[in-house]
Write a protein that binds this ligand. Sequence first.
Ligand code: B16
Ligand code: MG
Length: 217
Amino acid sequence: MLSDLKLVIFDLDGVLTETSRQHFKAWQTLAAKYDIDLDPSFEVHLKGVSRKASLDKILSLSSRHFTEAEKDAMQAEKNAHYQQLIANFSKEDCFEGAHELLHFLQKKGIHMALASASKNGPKLIRALEIDRYFGYVADPTQHPGKPAPDLFLAPMHHYGLTPNQCLGVEDAVAGIAAIKAANMTAIGIGELGSLPEADAEYTTLADFAQVIMKHLT
Ligand code: B16
Ligand code: MG
């Protein structure tokens, strides 16, 4: 598998940096305004899920009906709060090993792409100073969200590759499902056993980086 490797497709939130706390805090604050108490155990259901789909999941906890205009306003409010919470993100907010791994893959001539569900992705990778590594950034406004495979297939098609030449790296159940639906090898980052559909799981990005860098050296 690694001998054919031409493209690594990274998820962003939860793989290259940790923004799930900020996403969830912004959702909790919004939900509280509508008397919805978001338990921390709900967070896992929002990982890798688009802003709109996340809101729909949260509002399903309420018996109230919300108009589309109200839902649009709620998404804008959540995003403004989220952007405030990540306003000071910089290079140091990348997970340990991220810069080294991206630099290593670049030197090896392996393409890198981003397959994030986040519309804030392009801005965030600039803040993290890793944007120069990505030859292709899949646009979440142009494709169905995870678990559909499209965000992972778009970079593969961009480079004219086949699934066996690609590796997807994800922290969310929906994201691993998307990679597998694209017929690619799926690497799960997170608590071991939490992503059972992944082909291999690593607790941290640094652990994965060590293994792949050793294999490709
Ligand atoms: P935004 P990823 C996802 O990013 C997050 O995991 C998820 O919690 C969030 O709702 C989604 O992006 C949309 O983000 O509101 O910024 O467009 O993990 O796919 O990189
Ligand atoms: Mg993620």
